[in-house]
Design a protein around this ligand. Sequence first.
Ligand code: XIL
Length: 349
Amino acid sequence: MFNRRSALLGLGSTLVAGCAARRGSPEPTPPSVASTPSLARLAADKGIKFGSTVGAGPANSGSFRNPDYVRLLKADCAIIVPENEMKWQAIRPSAETFDFGRFDEMLSFAGANGLETRGHTLLWHRPEWMPAWLEAYDFGTRPATAAADILTRHVNTVAERYRGRMSSFDVVNEAVLHDSSLATTALSRAFGDTLGLLDLAFHSARKALPDAELVYNDYMSWEPGNEGHRAGVLRLLEGFKARGVPVDTLGIQSHIRIDSLDGQTGVPARNEREWRQFLDAVTAMGYGIAITEFDVNDQVAPAGITARDQMVADFAKAYLDIMFAYPQLKTALLWGMQDQHSWLQSFKP
Ligand code: XIL
């Protein structure tokens, strides 16, 4: 049976991430794989850290409690990132309390297996991903001060606990909407200035994590329809520079999508030229770039597995060839090692 990993390794000069097994089917491991270097090794040879997200769910999920999943992580990854365990929803049960239990377990797992961990995320700036208590919070008579206190306390507490154990953090996640405007949350409305709140997140992170790579992370992508999102991210990054906000790197989530097929060529639609222009503009401002959450949404690809996998591989290769051409790219992570455990199974079934 077609095995994505071996096919992707065969892509030669491009290091391509293999979302290994097909939905629900057992994962065949051809003998050749055992003798090929790991993806982490191939990436390291190019100066890139390679890894994947992992969860803390039950043993039948994409979790560090799942021995099969752990085998995949250990075979190919140098670094992991928590899928949900460091988000506010996980570590902030209330305004007064922190709960680091599950994330600490994950960090111990990583340490015991020689894997690095990166931080995701200090502020996912979307109301639907904030804890319910915060969206309903009473910010009192001095809302701007209360909002600043909540945010800085969060950043400081997480940073103090994990300083030195992670070298890169997604400080702010997804602040830009598809139409290029900024998302607002109860926190930013209480603060009274959305950009100011994002700046504050980075300034407090820099103070608390002087040596860490500070990342702005978002999902603007190369498919048609992303023009507004890319423009909004560029504007945000320009603003950070102009105001002297300490942002080191743009995290490019890289949830790439086979959305529609080009009428003439039959290949999945994407705007390669515009994508390169976007990356050129980002790197020209002095930012690093990172692939933080790579996966391929193949919802509209042909149903036959061989044709579908080939289309995914070609689409992924075209994307990664562009990305790996930038020497500023030092990190490449998958959002999961196995299709059957991917978040896309529920997000885009
Ligand atoms: C996703 C997780 O994979 C899901 O389990 C969760 O329900 C929602 O979040 N962009 C991000 C990630 O920055 O944190 C998201 O992870 C996927 C999109």
